[in-house]
Design a protein around this ligand. Structure first.
Ligand SMILES: *[C@@H]1O[C@H](CO)[C@@H](O)[C@H](O)[C@H]1NC(C)=O
Ligand SMILES: *[C@@H]1O[C@H](CO)[C@@H](O)[C@H](O)[C@H]1NC(C)=O
Ligand SMILES: *[C@@H]1O[C@H](CO)[C@@H](O)[C@H](O)[C@H]1NC(C)=O
Ligand SMILES: *[C@@H]1O[C@H](CO)[C@@H](O)[C@H](O)[C@H]1NC(C)=O
Ligand SMILES: *[C@@H]1O[C@H](CO)[C@@H](O)[C@H](O)[C@H]1NC(C)=O
Ligand SMILES: *[C@@H]1O[C@H](CO)[C@@H](O)[C@H](O)[C@H]1NC(C)=O
Length: 552
């Protein structure tokens, strides 16, 4: 039985790409986060702090640990399963400055993680970004509200000792804090107009929030969001109108890390005309007009844009749109997805297994190629994928209760950046450590309903390289590339065009001797390719495309 000798390399297909390759997918195998003080640490309502962990692969082992109190729990999840992991109430940070109450998630295959911090009617969510998306520089904009001084940031360290610096203005000296593995540090931030700058020697996660921001009916509630490092900022933002969020008192916060010109906004915006630029570290706060039209912001340098209400929600710049997203609906809310899609592509959007019905109403965003639409997700708790077959889209996930006393918001979790027409299905690479000729390898993959892998783009090369990174045990492996016997031209089994290649120096060499292609399993040489005689026996790489839509 061939399984005895094969090593299943559970596909890191959607895990982050190695450095030098920027990925905006929210899936990964390592995460850190923390739980901000909600209303007040002494508030009598019992907190329910939890993580919603969604698996994309079968037999995914997930561990959740909190070092400070030896909290440790382990689960095994199946593709399409979302597990709710409840955390002990002491996980909530009070007003500590440095603590070890950091929640650490590790998994054997990529998962997506949403954090839910609830107490009484105060509830908020944030996407927990995988460690590979973290950065070493962040800017945090607080808001000019009467409670401005209560805005907090929590800086969360990963596994190595780290020094972080926090500076409120360019003139004052930064405050430096040394953090041990998985420690976090909490700071109050200064009121605007200047953003607070956070830098670190090694990547950190940064949460920004307020324990009790005013809502309707004399209530208040927590808002928070995990921030994007400056390396993930962008220059074009499509801002749906406040009517589509069904929310009043919406505020936008725009932050620049360096001098930036702004353009393309509505005339009613304060910075069209007179204020068309932002200085370095400057913050701009805008009230979103109650019945305004959708609009866009275009910046000459990357900026960050956040929305207050519903919850605190980061805007996704067009540069980091994705083709496949995961949505959550939470109990106790009317839940919605707000979609931003190229106007020419609005008929290719799917929810679960089906295309969206034609009854969805799209509104053109003036001055851009985009339209936006609101899709109700009901009020039962569930997860669903939303995707586009051949375009990247922006998706926000939010919810409100009927009287507006609670709301949450976050960008939907990105499961896959590049569109591939697969409705979010997840494929698996497999390195078979059994030596076979190229044609026997081909037969072997077929028998297992897969195919020798076709590496027709730099993205696939990176994914394969990453999947193999830890598992290699041989010097090279066949892939699905061989010369045509008639023309001598190289052909992929997938029939993708042969444009991209990674031949080693001097390769592919003699066309009569070397007719089949193998990948060198050497990270030091970037998994470059070599051509060999097809009769040589080598291990090989099969690729099985996903068969089920996860989260239908
Ligand atoms: C995952 O496991 C379930 C239950 O055993 C099975 O029905 C399904 O086919 C498996 N999916 C994949 C992609 O292996
Ligand atoms: C933490 O708070 C204590 C008491 O307010 C203070 O003495 C200490 O300097 C703070 N530490 C940091 C790292 O800010
Ligand atoms: C989870 O924890 C178990 C027991 O400590 C360990 O053997 C396993 O490697 C861990 N798995 C992951 C994915 O961290
Ligand atoms: C907006 O609120 C009104 C009532 O105020 C409600 O009828 C409507 O369904 C809500 N729409 C959305 C998108 O929340
Ligand atoms: C708002 O509605 C919730 C139920 O959705 C209810 O429990 C709460 O009492 C209401 N609050 C006010 C101030 O009406
Ligand atoms: C690596 O190869 C050796 C010999 O070829 C074999 O004994 C060993 O089990 C392999 N290891 C893995 C992880 O496949």
């Amino acid at each position: 039985m061939w399984l005895c000798c094969s090593l299943r390399v559970t596909a890191l297909l959607f895990a982050a790409l190695p450095s030098g390759f920027s990925s905006h997918e929210s899936t990964g195998t390592e995460f850190v986060t923390a739980f901000l003080e909600n209303m007040a640490y002494y508030h009598p309502s019992p907190p329910t702090h939890r993580l919603l962990i969604s698996a994309l692969y079968n037999r995914t082992q997930v561990n959740v640990t909190i070092k400070e109190m030896d909290f440790d729990t382990s689960r095994v999840l199946w593709v399409g399963q979302t597990e709710e992991v409840a955390l002990p109430r002491w996980v909530e940070l009070g007003r500590s400055n440095v603590s070890s109450r950091t929640v650490h998630v590790s998994s054997s295959s990529p998962v997506a993680v949403l954090s839910v911090n609830a107490k009484g009617s105060s509830i908020e969510t944030s996407v927990v970004q995988p460690v590979q998306n973290l950065g070493t520089e962040y800017f945090v904009a607080s808001l000019a509200t009467p409670t401005a001084s209560s805005y907090r940031i929590v800086i969360i360290n990963t596994q190595s000792a780290n020094t972080v610096k926090v500076s409120h203005s360019s003139s004052a000296p930064p405050v430096a804090v040394t953090l041990g593995p998985y420690q976090n540090a909490q700071f109050q931030i200064e009121p605007p107009p200047t953003a607070t700058r956070v830098t670190a020697d090694h990547p950190v996660a940064v949460l920004f929030g307020h324990p009790c921001i005013d809502r309707t009916e004399c209530t208040c509630g927590l808002v928070f969001e995990q921030l994007s490092p400056t390396g993930s900022w962008g220059t074009l933002f499509i801002v749906p109108p406040s009517s589509s969020w069904n929310n009043t008192n919406q505020l936008l916060l725009l932050t620049a890390s360096e001098s930036t010109n702004l353009e393309g906004v509505l005339p009613s915006m304060p910075f069209s005309g007179s204020q068309s630029s932002l200085n370095s570290q400057e913050v701009l706060q805008l009230n979103l007009a109650p019945a305004g039209s959708p609009f866009h912001i275009k910046a000459s340098r990357p900026v960050s844009l956040m929305l207050l209400n519903p919850g605190l929600t980061s805007f996704t710049p067009e540069e980091t749109f994705s083709s496949c997203h995961l949505l959550h609906a939470l109990s106790g809310f009317s839940n919605y997805a707000l979609l931003v899609v190229r106007t020419a592509h609005t008929d290719g959007v799917g929810l679960g297994e089906e295309l969206l019905p034609a009854s969805v109403t799209w509104t053109q965003v003036d001055g851009t190629e985009y339209s936006q639409a609101l899709v109700p997700l009901g009020s039962e708790p569930m997860q669903r994928v939303v995707w586009h077959k051949d375009s990247k889209i922006g998706v926000y996930n939010f919810g409100e209760n009927t009287n507006g006393t609670k709301s949450y918001g976050h960008p939907a979790l990105s499961l896959k950046v590049e569109p591939d027409g697969s409705k979010c299905k997840v494929g698996v690479f497999e390195l078979v450590q059994e030596e076979k000729s190229w044609s026997d390898a081909l037969q072997h993959c077929w028998a297992a309903s897969s195919q020798l892998v076709s590496i027709s783009s730099p993205e696939i090369q990176q994914r394969v390289a990453q999947a193999l990174g830890e598992a290699r045990n041989s010097s090279m492996a066949w892939m699905g590339l061989r010369r045509s016997l008639l023309s001598g031209a190289w052909r992929w089994l997938s029939r993708d065009p042969v444009g991209f290649s990674r031949w080693a120096g001097g390769e592919p060499g003699d066309p009569l001797q070397n007719q089949c292609a193998a990948m060198l399993l050497e990270p030091e040489r970037n998994f470059i390719w070599t051509a060999k005689s097809c009769c040589q026996t080598l291990p090989f790489i099969c690729f099985q495309s996903g068969s089920e839509v996860p989260f239908p």
